[in-house]
Design a protein around this ligand. Structure first.
Ligand SMILES: Cc1cc2nc3c(=O)[nH]c(=O)nc-3n(C[C@H](O)[C@H](O)[C@H](O)COP(=O)(O)OP(=O)(O)OC[C@H]3O[C@@H](n4cnc5c(N)ncnc54)[C@H](O)[C@@H]3O)c2cc1C
Length: 394
């Protein structure tokens, strides 16, 4: 390990492999994936071949057991060239965390090996048409009936809709009980009464499916409930604490990819007799872009190191929210500047920074908007300051 690189020799080898796949196999497909709006099954196949889904799972389940930091690095490397492809990895983590954190041994044995190999894709279904940031206001219900749960309602904006084989779904088992009336389930895509109603056209991440799920008397075995009845909201939040850095890694990748592209462009584009990189206003932009990426990377990698060192859940909330906020705000700022560095060429489809700017926007919105991240960080700050004051007077 070199002092400034937190990755071990072995982890750096994996990063190199992912970088090569990104550059040679995914980058040439990125524009087409964006424009065709088709889910890139060839990228999924590439991940399966090279066991990249395994980066998110312990060896016990067929994964590599190489930890969180490396899995974030993989999402970052892929997202440098294609945000849709980076998201496929991030959502395999998002959709399987419920099983990892709250699944029984039987549930884990049933599903995790298939998710670790990538044979199955998964999804996380919390948001509804009327409840996004205020997720506890969800209206989907689950009632017990003869050894099964019957789910009724719908979910909106669900990534991997129609391509996932397994959905982690949150529903109210006790609608009058607020947060503690919510339970979590895993629902297989072929469950009776489950349907993907439609896919949304959208601004960016063109190859990723975002869809509406309908549960119409959807029957799920009792054995598919994750944790106890009423624990669903806590599970949903614990999942997000660990998955948001995946979005952060996606944002950081997009930002670094845009910075690298803008730099190369600025070295070769000449105005007023010299490459634009030698004009101080352009050089300053590039310096700010690189600095924002590097600062964001510090927060993101710190989160990965915390998880790998076994930090308790309560210490992850603020670190996760800060990484998500910083990396994804950087993504939007940096990609906007990248378009500016390319001038008119930045605005047209032939050059990738236009796509990167559109892709960056969603990272500030999903898995908790950045306004919500700020609320979370401030709430954790208040908790910490109270502990400090009490310690002081005690
Ligand atoms: C492409 C895409 C993919 C997605 N994938 C998934 C997925 O896989 N699974 C899933 O469950 N969801 C998914 N989502 C949903 C996403 O997480 C929500 O859209 C997001 O959390 C915001 O919820 P909302 O759209 O209802 O906005 P709202 O909650 O209505 O918020 C609207 C605005 O008000 C602000 N706001 C709301 N409440 C507050 C507050 N208390 N204080 C300050 N500001 C506030 C928000 O920040 C936002 O700017 C996806 C969305 C998109 C667009």
């Amino acid at each position: 390990m070199v002092p400034w690189d937190p990755l071990t020799e072995e982890q750096r080898e994996v990063r190199e492999l992912v970088r090569t796949l990104a550059r040679e196999r995914i980058a040439p497909r990125a524009a087409e994936i964006d424009e065709s709006h088709e889910f890139p099954w060839d990228v999924v196949e590439l991940y399966r071949e090279h066991e990249l889904f395994g980066l998110f799972f312990d060896e016990e389940w067929g994964g590599t057991g190489t930890g969180t930091l490396l899995s974030l690095v993989a999402i970052e490397e892929i997202s440098k060239v294609c945000a849709t492809s980076g998201l496929i990895l991030a959502v395999q983590e998002l959709g399987s965390l419920g099983l990892k954190l709250a699944g029984s041994q039987d549930q884990k044995e049933r599903y995790l090996p298939r998710l670790a190999s990538g044979e199955w894709l998964c999804a996380y279904a919390l948001t509804e048409a009327g409840s996004g940031s205020d997720s506890a206001a969800m209206r989907t219900t689950a009632r017990r009936d003869d050894g099964e749960y019957v789910l009724d309602g719908g979910k909106r904006f669900i990534t991997n809709a129609a391509v996932a084989n397994l959905y982690t779904v949150f529903a109210k088992t006790d609608p009058g009980a607020g947060h503690s009336g919510i339970s979590a389930f895993v629902v297989e895509a072929d469950s009776p009464g489950f349907e993907v109603a439609r896919l949304e056209p959208k601004m960016g991440i063109g190859g990723s499916t975002t869809g509406e799920l309908v549960f119409d008397g959807c029957r799920v075995p009792e054995g598919n409930r994750l944790g106890a009845e009423g624990e669903g909201f806590k599970i949903a939040m614990r999942i997000l604490d660990r998955s948001r850095p995946g979005v952060a890694a996606q944002g950081l990748g997009i930002a670094q990819g845009a910075t690298d592209y803008a730099l190369e462009y600025a070295k070769s584009r000449e105005t007023m007799g010299k490459p634009i990189v030698q004009h101080q206003l352009v050089a300053a932009k590039l310096a700010d872009m690189e600095t924002k990426c590097e600062a964001a990377r510090g927060l993101l990698y710190r989160f990965g190191q915390m998880v790998d060192a076994g930090a308790p859940d309560e210490e992850l909330t603020k670190a996760s929210a800060m990484a998500k906020l910083c990396c994804t705000d950087a993504a939007m700022e940096v990609t906007t500047e990248a378009v500016q560095v390319l001038g008119g060429y930045g605005y047209i489809r032939e050059y990738p920074v236009e796509r990167m700017m559109r892709d960056a926007k969603i990272t500030q919105i999903y898995e908790g908007t950045n306004e919500i991240q700020r609320l979370v960080i401030a709430r954790e700050m208040v908790k910490e300051s109270r502990a400090f004051l009490l310690a002081g007077v005690g």
